[in-house]
Design a protein around this ligand. Structure first.
Ligand code: ROI
Length: 159
């Protein structure tokens, strides 16, 4: 059983409902269970500013799947919830990112784990720190120390 951390984000079509629906869908993934769910946070868009605010969260999964098979299931959930991949860094109904997969480091065509941008993003670090306060990102450092450097002040806790 491997512990996996997934970053969730949405800024279209009722973002809070999108995240709730995605968590229910992740509970249905075979050989996988949702162990922890962070609060939901409202965050300003990182990247292009001409898009709505996001709702972000992080969940902890226990899985027996490989990272690649888990990714297939997560992409199917994104597609089910109307994800369109038109604009890089554009608005989206649902984004599910594998942030950490146990302590594995993976660099292939489909996956870069740890997620390459996670250490720079308050909307990932704050909810991750809430459910995994001792988290060390392999090759990077501790989430709590990154959070002190990072400005996550503009995140608003929703639940
Ligand atoms: N900005 C915020 N606040 N939250 C996200 O989930 C998010 N996702 C993205 C980009 C467009 C980089 N900006 C984001 O993919």
């Amino acid at each position: 059983m491997i512990k996996v951390y997934i970053g969730l984000g949405s800024n279209l079509d009722d973002p809070q409902s999108q995240l709730k629906k995605a968590i229910i869908a992740m509970e249905m993934v075979p050989s996988t269970s949702v162990a922890k769910t962070s609060s939901f946070y409202r965050s300003k868009p990182v990247g292009p500013q001409d898009q709505p605010n996001y709702v972000n969260a992080v969940v902890e999964l226990d899985t027996e799947l490989s990272a690649s098979v888990l990714l297939d299931y997560l992409q199917a959930i994104e597609n089910d919830q109307g994800r369109e991949r038109k604009v890089k860094w554009g608005a989206r109904t649902l984004d599910l990112d594998i942030l950490l997969f146990g302590d594995e480091i993976i660099n292939d065509d489909r996956l870069q784990i740890p997620h390459v941008e996670m250490q720079n993003r308050g909307f990932v670090l704050l909810p991750l720190n809430e459910i995994f306060s001792d988290c060390i990102i392999p090759g990077v450092g501790s989430v709590s120390s990154l959070l002190q450097q990072d400005n996550a002040d503009d995140l608003i806790k929703l639940t």
